[in-house]
Write a protein that binds this ligand. Structure first.
Ligand SMILES: [Zn+2]
Length: 362
């Protein structure tokens, strides 16, 4: 529940005729600082218009600086497959060794503080996703590349210098974790019916992953909803809060048919149906009905697994999980690794019916 705080200006000042100028000046300075303080407090308590506020759970505490894991890194030796990677910031396509590219993807896509088996699972998932992209030929952002480094289109990529600035003193250790995960699984990909799979993955599932057709168009046999009971990681829950007026405005702007009004939300805003996973299937928005996934985009939610709360002044979304919910949950992989699972257990849990095999030349 939100707390309403009414602030009153309680300091009425009386003119002080008898005081000397220095004292009067001092009083003025004091008054000015009180006003400035009040303004900054009010600012801090007010949500910025049009911006969603997301509360993020902090990731697992950074480990103390540790010695690197011994690992021999020789991408040429293990695997010769190459991939054309588009870097939107630089505006260039680079032809890279797949395994070298994967180092940057794994560094960017999963916290290196996660368990080693989870990082290995991530390496195989990212390699599979990349090979699928090569076979599909052409990413949506740049058809001349196999894949790009935009996380909203393909996979994030952290260059070596980005890794160094991100990890600081922990760079040698974290970098060795990524290298070990990539090299230990070199060339390994997931297949279903003998074909490379579309290995989707996401940050956290909120307890259950999602059937692919509930998020995207097609029902894919290996992207089924599975339980993910033990998740350890960041951004597992979140809250997005809007003022009622702000909510109505945002809704009507992106869904003109909705026609919602700030003071009628009790009748106009309702979760109509929920998938067995707990993700919202349909949301009533005035005269419009949208899917939970559309709601995710319209309202900037971490996931489609959300509940709603209306107060006198606000609309509050509380979410569980992070991302689309399809395929491997990274926080779930980390939980499984903590429970003693290896990367193969993790992958075959999240990708139904797949086999893990080596591709390429050795
Ligand atoms: Zn792309």
């Amino acid at each position: 529940m939100s707390k309403q705080k009414k602030r009153r200006r309680s300091h009425k000042r009386q003119t002080v005729y008898t005081l000397q100028w220095p004292l009067l000046l001092g009083a003025l300075v004091l008054l000015l600082s009180l006003v400035l303080l009040a303004v900054s407090v009010i600012k801090a308590c007010t949500l910025p218009t049009g911006e969603a506020v997301t509360e993020v759970q902090e990731p697992i505490l950074a480990l103390p600086t540790r010695s690197p894991i011994p690992v021999e890194v020789d991408f040429e030796k293990v695997h010769s497959t190459r991939i054309k990677v588009f870097f939107p910031d630089e505006g260039e396509v680079r032809d890279m060794l797949l395994e070298e590219y994967l180092m940057g993807v794994v560094a960017g896509e999963m916290p290196a503080s996660y368990g080693l088996e989870a990082v290995k699972a991530q390496a195989v998932a990212a390699r599979t996703y990349s090979l699928y992209a090569i076979q599909k030929s052409g990413c949506a952002t740049n058809p001349n590349a196999d894949i790009c480094t935009s996380s909203s289109c393909c996979q994030t990529y952290n260059s070596d210098s980005k890794q160094r600035s991100k990890w600081g003193d922990n760079y040698p250790y974290y970098h060795s974790v990524i290298a070990k995960a990539v090299m230990d699984t070199a060339g390994e990909v997931m297949l279903y019916d003998g074909k490379v799979i579309d290995a989707m993955y996401h940050g956290a599932s909120g307890g259950w992953t999602e059937d692919s057709e509930n998020v995207y168009k097609n029902a894919i046999p290996y992207l089924r909803s599975v339980p993910s009971p033990h998740e350890i990681g960041s951004r597992q829950t979140g809250t997005v809060t809007y003022g009622r007026e702000e909510f109505a405005q945002r809704t009507n702007n992106s869904r003109p048919n909705a026609q919602v009004e700030a003071d009628k939300l009790e009748q106009q805003l309702k979760i109509l149906s929920v998938y067995p996973s707990g993700r919202v299937k349909e949301l009533q928005l005035g005269s419009d009905i949208i899917s939970g996934n559309t709601a995710r985009k319209v309202f900037g939610l971490d996931s489609a697994m959300f509940t709603l709360e209306l107060t006198n002044t606000q609309v509050i979304f509380s979410t569980k999980g992070f991302g689309h919910g399809v395929g491997m949950s990274q926080a779930g992989a980390n939980g499984m690794a903590a429970d003693g699972a290896d990367y193969r257990d993790i992958l075959t849990h999240y990708y139904t019916g797949v086999t893990i095999e080596r591709i390429g030349e050795y």
